[in-house]
Design a protein around this ligand. Structure first.
Ligand code: PLP
Length: 473
């Protein structure tokens, strides 16, 4: 090592020395409140970074090692470490059920119930009628049956868990027949063949990728067959010369061979999506009416509730699943139940559901409302961005996102930004790193803010965020 480097390394202060800088008031309130562990970690990280910079000759200048500069770097790092990581953001992507941004927002009534039940003791597993031990599963089961006509219902942690549990209980050590066109991977590494392996069931693939016929299923049925499974291909679509066996035909085949039929719906909607100008996918109730033995779907996709996996179907099947040991490991927690019950009750009155459940409300938001939001946002910015950025309106398409219908476009209005003083990528980064991050999308050399997924209440906050990004220049 050159003596130069050694000399520089010797100028790096000791951790205790740096600690003393922060022990004396007046430190900023944020730093005074920081736990000692985090202050020490910030110091060690910054010193380590400087040490590496010296060794790799990446040091930008010797003042990088001066005490004021080090102190400022450590302060910044302390603030980063103490800031909550899991935080809200403004979703201006126009993707309503955005898997990376929390999928569904809870209605206010559900949030209130969450606070009420979560902050107090509750009757989670205590029957108030008998004074004896109760079952958490009974809290929403009858509501789900009312809403869908199901004989019985059970809720677990998420839909992946629901599928795993059903396969394990219905087909462990035996065969499950699935069409090749439905062996999909849904985002986040949920793959039907892998889940099948984990459940202990054996996958029997039938048909070709683009075509599966009833006789393909029929030929594959043997003494070890336990289940016929249909999977909603969700975020994947085959187009062109393609066909799948309809659920009614599969159900008839199941009846003929005395085999249960299951469908993993993914999104599963309790309401006719045609009301939102979307293609009419059958509702969960309609699917169950077709005689399928068990269906599974997510609580936080089109349902618009908390993360959960809903299992609905025949009484004996649900009873077997309920009493399985795996169910205990995948069981739903009390916060989810509190939110889910409130969301499900809203569905008793579809108009209420549409108004109060944010996912449904956003899907139902008319183009005119997104237009008004764009005008409001632009007006709030006024001339403050003059010379810094061009603002324009753009007719765009929002996406449903999530499971079913992910590619479906909903006509929407966006405000677009074309910055003069930074690149689009810089703008994207800065918006993402704000205290209240804003996430839009870059398209056709513009930064696009789709206002379908930005609530009226968020418009002033969004405007402030935009101004902040340009004022820090
Ligand atoms: C989304 C989805 C899943 C996984 O559901 P999670 O609630 O995310 O666990 C499983 N199957 C299908 C068809 C899906 O669309």
């Amino acid at each position: 090592m050159t003596t130069d480097k050694q000399q520089l390394l010797r100028t790096i202060p000791k951790v205790d020395e740096c600690l003393a800088w922060f022990a004396k008031p007046p430190a900023s309130p944020a730093i005074e409140a920081a736990p000692l562990v985090l202050i020490k970690r910030a110091i060690r990280e910054v010193l380590e970074q400087r040490r590496n910079a010296i060794l790799t000759q990446a040091l930008k200048g010797e003042d990088e090692l001066s005490h004021p500069v080090l102190k400022a770097a450590i302060s910044t790092r302390i603030q980063e470490l103490t800031r909550p990581r899991f935080q809200r953001l403004i979703n201006a992507t126009g993707v309503v059920v955005h898997t990376n941004m929390g999928r569904s927002l809870l209605p206010e009534a559900a949030l209130n119930n969450l606070a009420e039940v979560g902050g107090h003791y509750s009757n989670l597993e205590f029957d108030l009628n008998t004074g004896k031990r109760g079952s958490r599963y009974s809290l929403v089961e009858d509501i789900l049956c009312d809403l869908t006509g199901a004989e019985a219902a059970l809720v677990v942690n998420n839909n992946a868990a629901a599928v795993l549990l059903c396969l394990s209980v219905l087909a462990q050590g035996r065969e499950v027949i699935v069409s090749r066109g439905q062996l999909v991977e849904i985002g986040g590494s949920f793959r039907i063949p892998d889940v099948m392996t984990r459940s202990g069931a054996r996958l029997v693939e039938v048909g070709a990728t683009n075509h599966t016929h009833l006789k393909d299923y029929e030929t594959a049925i043997g003494p070890d067959t336990a289940l016929l499974l249909k999977v909603h291909t969700s975020n994947y679509r085959l187009i062109g010369f393609t066909s799948e066996v309809s659920l009614p035909d599969l159900v008839k085949l199941g009846v003929r061979h005395d085999l249960p039929v299951m469908e993993d719906l993914g999104s599963g909607s309790l309401m006719d999506m045609g009301l939102f100008g979307l293609p009419a996918e059958p509702t969960v109730g309609e699917i169950l009416k077709g005689g399928v033995d068990v269906v599974t779907f997510s609580g936080d996709k089109l349902l618009g509730g908390p993360q959960a996996g809903l299992i609905l179907g025949k009484k004996e099947i649900i009873a077997a699943i309920k009493s399985d040991a795996l169910n205990r490991a995948l069981r739903i927690d009390k916060f989810t139940l509190a939110a889910l019950e409130t969301v499900l009750r809203l569905y008793y009155d579809p108009e209420q559901a549409r108004r109060q459940i944010p996912t449904l409300a956003m899907l139902a938001t008319p183009l005119a409302v997104t237009r008004r939001r764009a005008v409001r946002l632009k007006r709030r910015l006024g001339s403050q961005l003059a010379g810094l950025c061009r603002l324009s309106y753009l007719d765009t398409e929002s996406r449903v996102g999530g499971g079913a219908l992910p590619e479906r476009g909903l006509p929407s209005r966006a405000l677009t930004l074309e910055p003069f003083i930074m690149t689009l990528n810089e703008l994207e980064t800065r918006l993402r790193q704000l205290p209240l991050p804003v996430i839009g999308r870059i398209e056709h050399d513009k930064y696009i803010l789709d206002l379908r997924t930005v609530s009226d209440k968020e418009i002033p906050q969004l405007a402030d965020s935009l101004l902040l990004v340009f004022s820090n220049n």
